[in-house]
Design a protein around this ligand. Structure first.
Ligand SMILES: [Zn+2]
Length: 97
């Protein structure tokens, strides 16, 4: 599941940093073979939906089960979860022909 995307034409493996750069674009040229490919972000949406779901469940659980949970603490955990999500974005980018 945690694999960085490869060029659909020549299977060149992209590094984390390069994928992050390309993830903001719609179409790219491969630095190796020069052919064009699309940058698919569908899986990123799924990633963030999962994170939203997990944090929502966690928040509800913490509020009801753990005595003395404060709002600031929950906000911090949520921010950490979202930040972790952003760090995982390159693993959910897909390169398509
Ligand atoms: Zn290529």
């Amino acid at each position: 599941m945690f694999r960085l995307p490869v060029c659909p034409h020549c299977k060149t493996i992209y590094r984390y940093k390069d994928v992050k750069k390309k993830s903001v674009e719609k179409e790219c040229n491969c630095y190796h073979c020069g052919k064009k490919f699309r940058v698919s972000k569908k899986k990123i949406l799924i990633l963030f939906l999962i994170i939203a779901l997990i944090t929502a469940i966690f928040d509800v659980f913490a509020l009801y089960m753990i005595a003395g949970t404060n709002f600031a603490g929950l906000m911090i955990t949520n921010i950490i979860a979202v930040t972790a999500g952003f760090l995982l974005v390159p693993y959910f980018v897909e390169f398509k022909k």
